[in-house]
Design a protein around this ligand. Structure first.
Ligand code: ATP
Length: 437
């Protein structure tokens, strides 16, 4: 059944909270706008996505170097990168209720979203969070929480070249937190003040930029499909010249049809040699001794927006005879719990003991395995469906040999079809690994 967008968003937010994916930040103190905390299942989902990303873009390649730079960086970095002067959004204040908005996000330009009165003139608001290092509170001690992970890679460019002597083209990759003092954080984890990015800076010769841009755009498309984001809801947007960031000569945004509208999920930018030039960094070809400032293609992936796009893509409802079965149809490689193991009845010690054995075996192998003996079996299936567990294993009396032919076999149920298969316990690991692969 087609969901109403607002209703769908509410269902996802409520499921995420109820089942331990994502909680409001600092909730017991009334919350802190623009912050969200990931609970146990959210962390698991996030880690799976990070691992898959790192595997695809770093470990499976020979030309990529991982970086994990400090969040606090020398303020000179942000001066050189242009962020101190230009990383701003237009801020307006309502002349009556004094509420503040991002001018370009108002429903009606120049009119307060809250009370309908006119807003004042827009002024540039720098989105970097400032803090002080050390005990002295003067401007020389002002530092910024990084608003993007990219600069941590640029300033380590020479270090990587000196340590590894890579030949062009090659890239650096980083996953980490970024902070932006968004004027109006909104739409759950879509626009927040603290978030994670997964970014690549791919260093190339200028003459290759068009080919590399196309190549990386396709890699991003592959990734979107690989983790189960609905490709029919993903669109490419060629960013117009007037909207390009100060460092970019070409940008394509990947937009996604979120329930609250079509919005940017990822971006790919041709950053020219803007950053390396500003940091006075060069590259010398070891064979020809030629000295150049490499150009850069930057594919950037917001991790929190990835999670939201995945959740919106996999949320399903099945309506039968007045009953609603909601489930998250995660790809198994992304699912926070790979498999749940249950005894058919929780008050039969022999079933519990055997299911614990199976559980421990699978947990040792796959890690993200849950033991579930709450309520009846139907309820357990519903609960596991709701968190997107691809398989539920049940130990029953036949497992214990009530039917000798079925001794040491269990049922394994598929989340999406509800179909149950009987398998020897010894084949469970290979059955799951094959499906995971
Ligand atoms: P927007 O136009 O939505 O503010 P942006 O163009 O400023 O985004 P970039 O600077 O290109 O975003 O940042 C790279 C990626 O980081 C984005 O594609 C997005 O996935 C993520 N991102 C940026 N800002 C936020 C935010 N406030 N909350 C969550 N993710 C964000």
């Amino acid at each position: 059944m087609e969901q109403q967008p607002k209703e769908l968003m509410e269902k996802i937010i409520s499921l995420a909270k109820r089942r331990g994916f994502i909680y409001q930040g600092s909730e017991v103190y009334g919350g802190l706008a623009g912050t969200w905390d990931y609970g146990p299942l959210g962390v698991s989902l996030k880690n799976n996505i990070k691992h898959l990303w790192w595997k695809k873009f770093v470990d499976d390649r020979q030309d990529m170097y991982g970086i994990d730079a400090a969040i606090l960086m020398h303020p000179g970095v942000w001066k050189a990168s242009g962020h101190v002067d230009t990383f701003t959004d237009p801020l307006v204040e309502c002349t009556k209720c004094k509420k503040r908005f991002r001018a370009d996000q108002l429903e009606n330009a120049g009119v307060c979203d809250a009370c309908g009165e006119p807003t004042g003139e827009a002024r540039n608001f720098n989105m970097m969070f400032q803090t002080q290092v050390g005990a002295v509170e003067d401007s020389s001690a002002t530092v910024y929480l990084r608003p993007e992970t990219a600069q941590g890679m640029f300033v380590n460019f020479k270090n990587v070249v000196d340590s590894f002597h890579p030949k062009l083209p090659f890239g650096t990759a980083q996953i980490g937190k970024a902070f932006r003092n968004e004027i109006t954080p909104r739409d759950f984890i879509f626009r927040v003040r603290e978030f994670e990015q997964m970014e690549i800076e791919y260093f190339i010769r200028e003459s290759d930029w068009k080919t590399q841009f196309e190549y990386w755009k396709n890699e991003m498309k592959d990734w979107i499909e690989m983790i189960g984001i609905d490709t029919a809801k993903t669109h490419e947007l060629e960013v117009g010249e007037e909207d390009l960031a100060h460092y970019s000569k070409r940008t394509v945004d990947f937009e996604f049809d979120f329930p609250f509208g079509k919005k940017e999920l990822y971006g790919i930018a041709y950053r020219t040699n803007f950053d390396l030039t500003n940091h006075n960094l060069t590259y010398q070809d070891e064979e020809t001794q030629e000295k150049i400032v490499p150009h850069v293609i930057e594919p950037t992936f917001g991790l929190d927006r990835t999670i939201l796009a995945v959740l919106c893509s996999v949320y399903r409802e099945e309506h039968t005879e007045g009953e609603v079965r909601s489930f998250l149809s995660f790809k198994p490689s992304v699912a926070p719990v790979i498999c749940a193991v249950s005894p058919l009845l929780k008050n039969k010690p022999e079933l519990v003991e055997k299911s614990q054995e199976v559980f421990k075996m699978l947990k040792k192998r796959f890690g993200q395995v849950m033991f579930d003996d709450n309520g009846n079996i139907g309820k357990r299936y519903r609960r596991q469906d709701e968190i997107g567990t691809p398989w539920c294993v049940v130990v029953d009396f036949d497992t214990l040999g009530e039917n000798q032919e079925l001794l040491d076999t269990v049922t394994i149920r598929d989340r999406d079809t509800g179909a149950q298969t009987r398998l020897p316990i010894t084949e469970l690991e290979s059955y799951i690994s094959e499906k995971l692969a």
